[in-house]
Design a protein around this ligand. Structure first.
Ligand code: PLP
Length: 451
């Protein structure tokens, strides 16, 4: 009798499965790793090897894999029903989740529109903003402003407002035009300049764009505090307060994409809280279901909702739909995930874990190939370069990050560098000893990658 092994599954996989964000030919060297089970921060493959999931399975997982509370919420919902359409029908999981989200998100966000992925939530927010201005008799307002190096997903609308060339370059001819403003990303700050000073200085470029083009602008879209897919580049909350004030002044919507940074990642439940602002649209996904099921939501304000509310024949309704909108199992997983936040001192625990991470990352500042060590809450990142003094990066063709990736897997840690940035975004149930392991392996990996 043949037994199932990594290699037997990888062989079958490569017959038919086309993987995301992958040059499939790479798998000739490094076959995909089949996961047999996952528990807490650990993944286990079919050869019995374990991997510490230091990146929360692409940033979705908050409280570890196979969490008993989320497991039982889904199994409790299952015998009731799995999914019904949300047009004309409704259900308690979707209602209760909306109530809870309105309660915990920044003030003024009272309306929840569900979708099924982060990208879909971005499409919803863009269409809603545009459509709002149409309904208000301001059809000129249809331009979106985005920051350089931003990422908002990979469907065509989301890709258009993003700015990472790796994802966007090839498809650029298909995408709508947007107005791109330089990011406040603090990697580019002058020597001796603080994050806040740099961030303020960069805001003047946004100010100029808004002043000049406000009549044509529907909304500004940002990833609050951390540009994650853009290499975990970070900036000071002051940008968000200045942006909120300017959007109000110029009559432009503010879309906050907290798909990656929401739910405690940056130290507060939502990153916008650190600037004490409420956006006009708040996009959430990833951690929303604790990493269990695809679900997303766009929250918006009453005044925006009201601009769509009219007799049917007025043709003002927002007629956007996805088949799995408001999936009941997803909503049940999301409610259980929020339940974990309500049940214990999650943010306080994270603060201690983040402080531990800070302490362990500190010595890396002196590493001969490290140009920057940065952290916001439970996101840490190390940027490695060829030349520390000039910050000249290694040529991307050398794929140094791959060396680090393979080294980490050998040592039982899943790290997936973005170019020459190795980052940590672990589930909140990681222990200090596991943080030590994750960083130790990363440092060895940097040494090997830079050799
Ligand atoms: C992941 C991500 C998205 C896209 O979400 P998907 O579910 O992958 O479509 C959008 N914005 C940000 C900031 C993200 O990190």
């Amino acid at each position: 009798m043949s037994t199932v092994t990594n290699s037997s599954l990888a062989t079958r996989d490569l017959q038919h499965v086309w993987h995301p964000c992958t040059q499939m030919k790479d798998h000739e060297q490094q076959p995909p790793i089949p996961v047999r089970r996952a528990q807490g921060v650990w993944l286990e493959d079919f050869d019995g090897r374990r991997y510490l999931d230091a990146i929360s399975s692409w940033w979705v997982n908050l409280f570890g894999h196979a969490h008993p509370r989320i497991n039982s919420a889904i199994t409790a919902q299952l015998p009731q029903f799995e999914h019904v359409m949300l047009a004309g029908f409704t259900h308690e999981p979707a209602i209760a989740l909306a109530e809870e989200l309105v309660r915990i998100t920044p003030p003024g966000l009272t309306r929840c529109f569900y979708a099924d992925s982060g990208s879909a939530a971005i499409e919803v927010a863009l269409k809603m903003s545009f459509h709002y201005w149409q309904n208000q008799g301001q059809p000129r307002k249809r331009v979106f402003v985005t920051l350089s190096n931003s990422y908002h997903g990979e469907t065509l609308g989301a890709l258009a407002v993003g700015n990472v060339d790796l994802y966007k370059g090839t498809y650029a001819p298909l995408l709508m035009d947007v107005l791109t403003v330089p990011s406040p990303d603090c990697y580019g700050r002058e020597p001796g300049e603080s994050w806040a000073e740099h961030t303020r200085r960069k805001f003047s470029l946004m100010q100029t764009a808004l002043e000049r083009y406000a009549e044509d602008i529907a909304a500004v879209i940002v990833e609050p505090l951390v540009q994650c897919a853009g290499g975990m580049r970070m900036y000071d909350p002051v940008y968000l307060s200045m942006l909120r004030a300017a959007c109000d002044r110029y009559g432009v919507h503010l879309i906050a994409d907290e798909i990656a940074v929401g739910f405690g990642r940056t130290g507060t439940m939502f990153a916008c809280e650190q600037a004490r602002i409420s956006p006009d649209f708040l996009c959430l996904s990833k951690g929303l279901t604790g990493g269990y099921l695809p679900l997303s939501v766009v929250l918006t304000k009453e005044s925006i909702y009201e601009a769509f509310y009219a007799e049917f024949i007025a043709q003002r309704a927002f007629l956007h739909s996805h088949s799995y909108t408001g999936n009941a199992l997803g909503c049940a997983a999301a409610r259980a995930t929020l339940g974990i936040f309500f049940n214990g001192p999650v943010l306080e625990t994270n603060e201690r874990l983040a402080a531990h991470m800070t302490q362990r990352l500190a010595p890396l500042v002196d590493h001969p190939h490290v140009s920057d060590v940065r952290q916001t809450g439970m996101i840490g990142a190390i940027e490695f370069v060829r030349d520390k003094a000039t910050r000249e990066p290694f040529p991307w063709q050398e794929r140094r990050g791959q060396i680090l990736y393979r080294h980490a897997l050998e040592r039982g840690v899943l790290l997936r560098p973005i170019g020459n940035v190795v980052y940590f975004m672990p589930p909140y149930v990681i222990t200090p000893a596991e943080i030590d392991l994750m960083i130790e392996v990363a440092v060895q990996g940097i040494d090997r990658a830079c050799a």
